[in-house]
Design a protein around this ligand. Structure first.
Ligand code: ADP
Ligand code: MG
Length: 348
């Protein structure tokens, strides 16, 4: 029998780690990316570089694969929808469309009776007067944001008014949560409606970019259970197939809020590569390609450190790591400020 071939849209570190996991399962991968220097070309079976709206190249890609998945959510819905007519796209394009829009995403979560921060769409400067109780808050673009990009903290009405921003691009204002902690849940849902769910991961951000993740998270039983329940509700409601991440806030009174959903493998789940028998990447490939589900077993507690910008240089020079340390270099061509260059997982 010929090998299963998985098409992956996007060729960054997530695409790379998906390709590595697929290889282990004897699944071939074809990565499609608009960046000719994309790191995943080092790990996949075949690499195609073209613009995401290059129909001819997309068709060439789709003809070569059995299933299509993606490593980032900002792919035009129409592109995914067209591909889905030819080969199964998982997670479904409709899931992606919902989650790539912050307002639709938050409305969806609230409709499940799951708590989020308070928020409102803001389309005109004058609307701020009726939204004062959302201050201090954060103004966020409704689409295309990541690693804190497109976000502006707003302390007061005066501060908001002095901002030079084109609100017609689509913004929401979100109340600032007095954060005690942040956690995430990674869950993989299979097409037979079964799940594999990882324990809550505790995350620390610096400059709105994830810097550290660890298990176990230092949280109480109620938050442990509630975060898992909510992630399961969300995955179930979406009839999701693949790996999904739910990011949560915990405030100083131990209230849990959903921050956002990532319809894909997630940076906070990198430690699952070394801390579990099956990683978030392997589980994603298993679910999307309809392979066997393997019960999760935790191997170890762990901590993951993101290596951002120049932080990678020190680790690149090291020739040896401790037995419990695992260094990943994403092999990005250029070191850039605030760019995720690699990570180090330490088993504890
Ligand atoms: P991104 O899409 O860039 O990941 P997030 O909405 O997850 O955007 O924001 C990134 C980080 O900024 C969060 O993980 C958190 O640390 C901080 N942050 C965002 N929104 C809020 C908020 N309403 N209250 C407190 N902190 C926030
Ligand atoms: Mg986030």
């Amino acid at each position: 029998m010929s090998k299963t071939i998985l098409g992956i849209i996007g060729g960054g570190q997530l695409g790379s780690m998906l390709a590595i996991a697929a290889k282990k399962l004897d699944v071939e991968t074809i990565v499609f990316c608009d960046d000719a220097d994309a790191p995943a070309q080092n790990f996949c079976t075949k690499f195609i570089s073209a613009n995401y709206n290059n129909k001819e190249k997309i068709i060439e890609f789709v003809n070569l694969v059995d299933f299509v998945t993606y490593e980032f959510e900002n792919i035009p819905f129409d592109t995914l929808n067209e591909i889905n007519k030819l080969k199964p796209v998982l997670p479904k394009p409709s899931v992606n469309r919902l989650i790539q829009h912050r307002l639709a995403e938050k409305d969806f979560v609230n409709n499940l009776n799951i708590r989020t921060t308070r928020y409102a769409l803001i389309e005109k400067k004058s609307e701020i007067d009726s939204l004062k109780d959302l201050l201090p808050g954060i103004l966020k673009t409704t689409t295309l944001g990541y690693d804190g990009k497109g976000q502006h903290p707003i302390g007061s009405v005066e501060e908001f008014n002095s901002l030079n921003i084109d609100l017609s691009k689509g913004y929401i204002l979100e109340k600032l949560v007095k954060l005690k902690q942040e956690i995430s849940i990674i869950i993989t849902r299979f097409s037979n409606n079964k799940y594999e769910i990882y324990e809550p991961i505790e995350n620390k951000h610096e400059d709105q970019i994830l810097r550290f993740s660890k298990i176990p998270a230092e949280i109480n039983k109620k938050i442990y259970d509630q975060s898992k329940d909510w992630a399961m509700n969300i995955a179930e409601e979406l009839k999701y197939v693949g790996t999904l991440c739910v990011e949560f806030f915990i405030d100083r009174n131990d209230n849990l809020y959903v921050n956002e959903i990532a319809p894909r493998v997630h940076n906070s789940g990198h430690l699952t590569i070394n801390a579990y028998n099956v990683s978030q990447f392997e589980n994603h490939v298993r679910a999307v390609c309809g392979l066997e589900q393997v019960p999760l077993k935790k191997i170890s507690n762990a901590k993951m450190t993101n290596l951002i910008g120049e932080q990678i240089s020190h680790y690149r020079k090291l020739s040896k790591f401790n037995e419990n340390e695992f260094f990943f270099d994403y092999l990005k061509k250029e070191i850039k400020d605030k760019r995720k260059m690699g990570h180090l997982t330490t088993l504890l």
